[in-house]
Design a protein around this ligand. Sequence first.
Ligand SMILES: [Zn+2]
Length: 451
Amino acid sequence: MLRFILALVLALPAFAADLDRAPVAFAYQNSKAVYVDFLSAEYNLTYDLSARTASVAAKIRFLAPEAGYPIFDLASNTVSNVTIGGAATSMQTLTSPDGASTMRTLGTAVTAGEHVMMLEVPLATLVAWDNGGVNSATWLSDLSDRGYLERYMPANMEFDRVAMTFNVKFVGATKKQIIYANGDVSLLADGRTQIRFPSYFTSSSLYFHTVPEGVMAETRFSFRSIDGRELPVVIYLKPGLLNPQAALATLKSETINILNELEGDYGPFLHPSVTIYNAGSGGMEYMGATMTSRSALGHELTHSYFARGMIPANGNAGWVDEAIASWRDEGYQRGGAFSGGANMAGRAEYIRYTDRQAYSYGEKFMRDLDSLFADKGGLKSLLREIVEKKAFQPFTTEDFISWAEGHYRVSLKQIFQQRVYRQALDGELKSKPAESVHHQKLTIEQLHELL
Ligand SMILES: [Zn+2]
């Protein structure tokens, strides 16, 4: 009994903490649309090689904190067999009150408490059929609305951590399929491959890429973390025009150098493994994984600490990790000319993607903070403490400010108000921000080329 109570006490704060960072419920259909807490999400992926079709059957258990229409998201309009508690229902589209985001709900309101939602959706985005095999990935983007897991399957918003499982079935495959993923991969008795992702993963965390055997050149080795763990690392690439063995050897030594540097600055690597796809262009971070160009490798691995370690809970918090990663890209400069403001944190309440001024103005703000606290260990001392104490706890910009205030023991609200909130628009920075060279936004068509 005591153990049961203890387990309950330990489990409750995690759920409560996630919903604390959820956007506010809003009026919908004479009732309310309510943000919910996903408790578990099982995704059954089936690739039918002869029919050249793929689909996902999802089973999601969630907790509604109050009665209303449960909010989730899924980009595809084509769904079937939608049920709630075993009863047929439909998927509906809704827009946030500020017009900043589009989401989904069900045709049926639910009571407060636990529910099970099921639905099926074709998997058509980033799927390329090869003779007897398939190339498929669930790559994400933080630079547009609805760019996370909801691109492919029903998912919650960034604030919510949930234990996710992929059960992957290849029907009629004549080639062995290789799976690159940042979860625990095992083979089930029925022949399916199961990937279990850690319970602190959110809709922006998971990496999944499958290709027929022999398509990629790869190197596997282990990295000895400063805490003594041997972390399995895989680096892979499409052979193309490169000399793949030489490219892999270079990437391996660069990866080891970068991981050593990051561990020296911020402590043990936060993830149990490292997966790197050198795609030649683009750059997107996942938990302990990245799809990247060689030049962006350091930037993207930094994101395993900031973005996919210290995780933003919403679009208004996404600037923090880009500003930090860009500050590292520029060699951690301290101080320098700095003025004006950029509204990176005070945009629409329901916005779900990162403001691109993070790479330029945000980077300069980090230099400025580093200079301001030079006599207190600079900005890195705060970042080290956040990594140590707040990893995997989705944060808002307001959390970041309060963590900084606690660390440096000064009030920082006024500085942040001036630099990163709406009022900052009166400042001088009004031009459209430039594309980041380290974090280039790729279209679905461009991503398709990299499968
Ligand atoms: Zn980035």
